[in-house]
Design a protein around this ligand. Structure first.
Ligand code: B1M
Length: 210
């Protein structure tokens, strides 16, 4: 679709209003919110990520792209969340200490809410105390951790090890995700599951709550 191609360009250029307009047009054309999210927004961010990696784009440009993406996500959020599903579980989610990437985490939170989970979003840069405090305070079922950097993903193990030390590891389902992770890493650090994307996170969480 031409519009999606245009949105890839607009996201690349960090044009928030244009992205918001594009999202609205796709919705008017009858696209499912989830399709708009994955094909137009996540698809566009993949291109940004590639050129960021290759040194063609730099942090300021990527920040603008992220800001534009968030504008589009804000429109989709109520649509994804509006399923009227009853609460099937409570999840604390946050990006780990040292890491400020939050788009993927936000997306997981949105999709989980849409599926009927209650989400306690701790934001970015979370030390272990934040996670453990929130799990207890909210009597949560699931801990979700996100990391986008190879340098911050080991911190997930610090959190899980601390839970083991305190004897509370088995009180919660621990799900982890983020671009540099994989199944093997999830197993190695003692998580219950690695979730490749938001849809998998929802499915996995549902299975554990069943
Ligand atoms: Co950053 N960055 N970044 N960045 N950035 C990456 C991650 C990188 C891969 C880019 C690259 O070089 N190719 C690279 C990491 C390399 C590495 O570690 N090996 C990188 C780097 C190096 C950095 C800086 C160090 C750059 C610098 O300063 N020199 C710096 C680090 C800052 C810090 O955190 N301390 C930095 C900064 C930034 C910005 C601030 C500019 C911006 C973030 C804005 C924001 O989030 N508000 C940014 C962005 C946008 C990216 C890329 C381009 C896109 C990330 C993204 O939002 N993807 C990224 C490139 C890439 O990932 N290929 C990159 C879209 C999102 C929907 O996908 O987050 O993977 P993702 O989430 C998915 C799944 O992973 C999964 O579900 C989500 C939805 O499907 N998932 C979970 C994620 N979390 C989950 C949790 C769960 C379950 C599933 O819990 C249950």
């Amino acid at each position: 679709e031409d519009l999606v191609q245009q949105m890839f360009d607009d996201l690349y250029d960090g044009l928030k209003e244009e992205i918001e307009e594009g999202v609205n047009i796709l919705l008017e054309r009858g696209w499912e919110p989830y399709r708009v999210l994955t094909e137009a927004l996540v698809g566009g961010m993949t291109i940004v990520g590639r050129d960021f990696r290759d040194g063609i784009l730099f942090v300021p440009e990527v920040l603008l792209a992220a800001n534009a993406m968030k504008g589009g996500m804000a429109i989709l959020k109520p649509l994804l969340a509006d399923t009227g599903a009853r609460t099937i579980g409570k999840m604390v989610i946050g990006t780990v200490k040292g890491d400020i990437h939050d788009i993927g985490k936000n997306l997981v939170g949105m999709m989980m809410e849409g599926a009927g989970f209650e989400i306690i979003d701790l934001g970015i840069n979370n030390p272990v105390e934040n996670y453990l405090g929130a799990l207890k305070e909210h009597d949560a079922d699931i801990l979700g951790m996100s990391a986008l950097l190879t340098t911050t993903m080991p911190y997930m193990k610090v959190v899980i090890d601390t839970m083991v030390e305190q004897g509370i590891r088995d009180d919660y389902v621990v799900l982890v995700g983020g671009a540099p992770l994989n199944e093997e890493f999830g197993k190695a650090i003692g998580a219950d599951a690695y979730c490749r994307d938001a849809a998998v996170a929802v499915e996995t969480a549902k299975e554990f709550m069943a």
